[in-house]
Design a protein around this ligand. Structure first.
Ligand code: PHE
Length: 427
């Protein structure tokens, strides 16, 4: 049940059998939280930009979220059968257009157009996901990249000098791959010398470490200002690099930050594959790195925000708490009690239903009242071979009391849709 046409940011798209983007998601694309200077996401973006100013990067903040499948996947070398392309992971406007799933979707045009050695893109991105305190189908990323040319003199000296120019930090780094930065599992590209790989990856890692240091330093400062005396605030920041895989970088790594007793996955990165640069019309002399960092989790730590959904709240008790340039600790306002409903159903023989599909149906009726959708039981009937699935739905509002009448209404629409779309038999 999608309209024949979808309009987004001045373009009109014909829908087709790939279309799966609900209208409540399309609404989110107009919020542009990263461009709001008084919103935690915008404040964090600004903090990073202030720290990266004067280092040779162009900042791009208004790329629109509707991109082509080509930009988001093909040009980056995603294989045809990559899970990221599936309709259960990605919001398609139609077969050839989708809501970007990452800021890497703009690498192509930035490599083509950027006039400075590097660029930083900030944007909202979309992935079909479960919804809970730390997951939401819309979130924000910041993408950085930096290029050099093999034709610009003594490249090794130039990069070595650029590395010197990155401000020093006192971060404690665990990096088994600093010297041996590539291996059979995480290979280098043939067109780069060992030394070039070594230098470019050092530049990448030091840049990301600097960025992470600045952000977490700001977080510590604000926690101290708020009166916290926790010991971790005075210990140097600890990070580690782990190997990773991305279709458009080689070798690739991820940085994790040690924060309050946990390793937080923070940022994917790697040396850009030559094919991606050639696709953008650049010469064979170009080489460089890229990273992509998630902003929402970090903003939650910085501002002490307990639930990712609060970022999207229109309640003034949320938005009035933040101002440009300040990292302040969120003061919770009262939370209203939630309402639980369980739903159990039999599926047609041989069929099973993805948790995301159930989530989608619930959200299409309950929107942000959907606190969580949890799969609490499933089994196959020994005689009929049919599968039973049970979900616990928690409905809750951030700013008002829900009534049973209202929730019963929503819940029965959810049941109707599950019957209609998936042919289930409610138990
Ligand atoms: N786009 C990747 C992600 O969303 C992160 C990334 C960006 C990795 C650039 C490598 C280079 O996980």
């Amino acid at each position: 049940t999608y309209p024949d046409e979808i309009s987004l940011d001045g373009k009109t798209y014909k829908t087709d059998e790939w279309t799966n983007v609900p209208s409540y998601i399309l609404d989110l694309t107009q919020r542009r939280l990263h461009q709001n200077p008084d919103h935690p996401i915008g404040i964090l973006r600004d903090l990073v930009e202030q720290n990266m100013k004067g280092m040779g990067y162009t900042f791009y903040n208004d790329f629109k979220p509707g991109v082509t499948t080509y930009q988001n996947f093909d040009v980056l070398g995603f294989p045809q059968d990559h899970v990221g392309r599936s309709r259960s992971d990605t919001y398609y406007i139609n077969k050839d257009n989708l809501l970007r799933t990452h800021t890497s979707a703009h690498e192509h045009e930035c490599f083509r157009e950027c006039k400075t050695p590097g660029y930083i893109i900030s944007a909202d991105v979309y992935r079909k996901d479960e919804i809970d305190r730390t997951h939401y189908p819309a979130f924000h990323q910041m993408e950085g990249a930096r290029l050099w040319s093999k034709n610009s003199g003594n490249l090794e000296e130039i990069i070595a000098k650029d590395i010197e120019d990155i401000p020093k930090t006192n971060i404690i780094v665990e990096d088994p791959f600093r010297e041996n930065c590539f291996s059979a599992e995480n290979p280098k590209q043939d067109y780069m010398t060992d030394k070039e790989v070594q230098l470019v990856s050092t530049h990448l890692k030091k840049t990301v470490e600097y960025l992470v240091n600045q952000v977490f330093e700001a977080a510590r400062k604000s926690a101290k200002l708020a009166g916290s005396t926790e010991p971790y605030l005075n210990e140097p920041l600890k990070i580690r690099w782990v190997e990773a895989y991305f279709p458009w970088t080689a070798p690739s790594w991820e940085i994790e930050v040690w924060w309050k007793g946990e390793w937080l996955e923070c940022c994917g990165s790697g040396l850009v594959r030559q094919q991606v640069l050639l696709n953008a019309g650049l010469g064979e002399d170009k080489l460089g790195w890229a990273f992509g960092i998630g902003l929402d989790r970090i903003a939650m730590l910085l501002f002490g925000i307990p639930d990712i959904r609060l970022f999207w709240s229109l309640d003034e008790r949320f938005s009035k708490q933040f101002t440009n340039g300040h990292i302040s600790t969120f003061v919770p306002y009262s939370k209203y009690p939630g309402i639980k409903r369980d739903i159990s159903f039999w599926l047609p023989k041989g069929v099973s239903l993805h948790d995301n599909e159930v989530m989608e149906v619930v959200r299409s009726h309950a929107g942000d009242l959907t606190e969580s959708v949890v799969n609490i039981d499933e089994f196959i009937h020994p005689k009929t071979g049919k599968k039973s699935q049970t979900y616990r739905l928690n409905y809750q509002s951030m700013d008002r009391n829900l009534t049973n009448v209202h929730i019963n209404e929503l819940h029965s629409r959810v049941e109707e849709d599950l019957k209609k779309f998936f042919d289930v038999e409610i138990r």
